[in-house]
Write a protein that binds this ligand. Structure first.
Ligand code: MG
Length: 453
C-alpha cells in the first residue's frame, strides 16, 4: 500500500518547474495511462508552464500505449465536455485561481468527472512503487489534435437556453476573463447571443497582467467600475480555467456565489417542475428554501465540486453547485461550468425582463460570515472531535458531520472545517441577520480556541 499521496481534493497543484516539472508530469502521464489504456484527451489553461507540462504528460501517455488527443488551450469544462462525449479519459493542466507561478494536473474519468480516490491511489502506487507500463515500440500511442471542441462547447451551451429571447433582450455585458482560458470562449459566446460586449483582460496571457486569476471582489474593481461607467446590464468574471462565474449587477454590486446559485436553481426548478438539487454543506440555506418552494429535495455533500458532481450522476440530479460561483448542469457537463452559467443568467434576465439586482433581491435573504483561525494540522482532528462531543450532549443544537462540524441552531448554522492545505480552520456562519451571523461565527471560533492546546 502506498502511503505517500500526490493528489488532493481534485488533482495536484504545485509551483511550475519546481515540484511541477516535466519529469513529474511525464511520470504522472505514464501512470494514469497505465490505468486507462485507451484514448486520453489533454488540454489546459493559459499558464506559461502549460505547454511544457502538456508535452511532458503527452509523452508519458504515449509511452504507456495510450493514444492522445490534444485539445489545445481551453476551459476545464470544455475538456470535461469532450471527454464525456468522445474519449476514455482526460488530463487537465490548470491551477484554476492559484497565482501565475503555479500549475496543476487534474485527472478525469470517462464521464469527465474527477477520478475517484481509488483510481488516484492506483496512479500513485504506479508512480512510487510499481513502474508504469512502457509499451513496446510498435504499441506506442498515436498523437492527434482536435481543434473543434471550443466551438462545439459554445454551440452546445447556447442550444440549451432560449437564445432568441437573449438576443431580443440586447443586453450590454462587460466580461473579464482575467487573461485565463475563458478568453477563448466567453467573449465569443456573448457575441453569439447578441450581447453588446465589452472585454477586460480577455487577451490570453499566463502572466495574468490585468488581475489575479481568483475572481474575488478585491480583484474585480476594474470590472465593477466599467459596469457602472457603461451602464451595463451585467458584469461577468471567470477564474483562470473558466469553470467558475462571478456576476456584477447593473449597479456595480458584487453578487455572492450563493446568490447566483439560488437564482439559477429557482429557474431550473421552475422550468423542470422540480428536481433534485445537490450542494455542499457550506452553501446557503436559501438553496433549501427555494427547493422547498418547488417540493424538491436537496442532498448535501462534503465540500468540493467532485463530490457534488458524483452525487448528481449517482442520483440523476437536476442541478448543483458550490458557494463560490461553481454551478453544475449535469445534463451537459459533470463539473462546474462557466459557459452554461453565463447562458442561464442571461436567459433569466431576458425572460424575467428585470434587472439582475431586482432578481437577486427577490431571493431569500441570508447573511453569511466567513472567518478563519490558525490551528496546527496535528490538532485538527482532536479539536473537531471535542466540539462534536460537546454539541452532541446538548439538546439545543443538531450536529452534521458530513464535512467538518456543522452546528444547526434555531437561528442559523455555523460550520467549522479544517483546511486541507493550510494550518487553519475555516468557520462560516449564516443567519437572516448580519449581526447575529457575526455573533455565531465568533461562537464557532471560541469553540475551536477552547479545545486548542
Ligand atoms: Mg477553476
Amino acid at each position: 500500500m502506498c502511503k505517500k499521496r500526490i493528489f488532493g481534493t481534485f488533482g495536484v497543484r504545485r509551483e511550475a518547474n519546481k515540484e511541477m516539472n516535466p519529469e513529474f508530469a511525464s511520470k504522472i502521464g505514464a501512470s494514469y495511462g497505465t490505468v486507462v489504456q485507451g484514448t486520453v484527451a489533454i488540454g489546459g489553461d493559459t499558464r506559461t508552464s502549460t505547454p511544457m507540462l502538456k508535452h511532458a504528460i503527452t509523452a508519458g501517455l504515449l509511452s504507456s500505449g495510450c493514444d492522445v488527443v490534444d485539445l489545445g488551450i481551453l476551459p476545464t469544462p470544455a475538456i470535461q465536455y469532450a471527454v464525456r462525449n468522445y474519449y476514455d479519459a482526460g488530463i487537465i493542466i490548470t491551477a484554476s485561481h492559484n497565482p501565475p507561478h503555479d500549475n496543476g494536473i487534474k485527472l478525469v474519468d470517462e464521464y469527465g468527472i474527477g477520478t475517484s480516490d481509488e483510481t488516484e491511489i492506483k496512479v500513485e502506487e504506479l508512480y512510487f512503487n510499481e513502474k508504469p507500463k512502457r509499451a513496446s515500440w510498435n504499441e506506442i500511442g498515436q498523437y492527434y489534435t482536435n481543434n473543434n471542441i471550443i466551438n462545439e462547447y459554445i454551440t452546445e451551451a447556447i442550444k440549451r437556453v432560449d437564445s432568441e429571447a437573449i438576443k431580443n433582450a440586447k443586453l450590454k455585458v462587460v466580461v473579464d476573463t482575467g487573461s485565463g482560458a475563458g478568453s477563448y470562449t466567453a467573449p465569443y459566446l456573448l457575441r453569439k447571443l447578441g450581447c453588446d460586449v465589452t472585454t477586460i483582460n480577455c487577451q490570453a496571457d499566463g502572466h495574468f497582467p490585468g488581475r489575479n486569476p481568483e475572481p474575488v471582489e478585491e480583484n474585480l474593481q476594474d470590472l465593477i467600475s466599467t459596469v457602472k461607467e457603461l451602464n451595463a446590464d451585467l458584469g461577468i468574471a471567470h477564474d483562470g480555467d473558466a469553470d467558475r462565474t462571478i456576476c456584477i449587477d447593473e449597479l456595480g454590486n458584487f453578487i455572492l456565489g450563493d446568490k447566483t446559485f439560488t437564482l439559477v436553481e429557482k429557474a431550473m426548478l421552475k422550468e423542470n417542475n422540480g428536481g433534485l438539487i445537490v450542494t455542499t454543506v457550506a452553501t446557503s440555506s436559501a438553496i433549501y428554501d427555494i427547493a422547498a418552494e418547488y417540493n424538491s429535495n436537496v442532498i448535501s455533500t462534503p465540500v468540493g465540486d467532485l463530490n457534488v458532481a458524483r452525487k448528481l450522476k449517482e442520483h440523476d440530479g437536476l442541478f448543483g453547485g458550490e458557494e463560490n460561483g461553481g454551478l453544475i448542469f449535469p445534463d451537459f457537463i459533470y463539473g462546474r461550468d462557466a459557459a452554461m452559467t453565463v447562458c442561464k443568467i442571461l436567459e433569466i434576465i431576458a425572460k424575467e425582463k428585470k434587472p439582475i439586482s431586482e432578481l437577486i433581491a427577490e431571493l431569500p435573504v441570508y447573511h453569511t460570515v466567513k472567518t478563519k483561525t490558525p490551528c496546527p494540522d496535528n490538532q485538527k482532528e482532536k479539536v473537531m472531535a471535542k466540539i462534536a462531543e460537546e454539541i452532541e450532549k446538548t439538546t439545543e443544537y443538531k450536529l452534521d458531520t458530513t464535512d467538518g462540524v456543522k452546528i444547526l441552531r434555531n437561528d442559523g448554522w455555523v460550520i467549522i472545517r479544517p483546511s486541507g492545505t493550510e494550518p487553519i480552520f475555516r468557520c462560516f456562519a449564516e443567519t437572516d441577520n448580519i449581526e447575529k451571523s457575526k455573533e455565531i461565527a465568533n461562537w464557532g471560533l471560541s469553540l475551536i480556541k477552547k479545545y486548542l492546546e
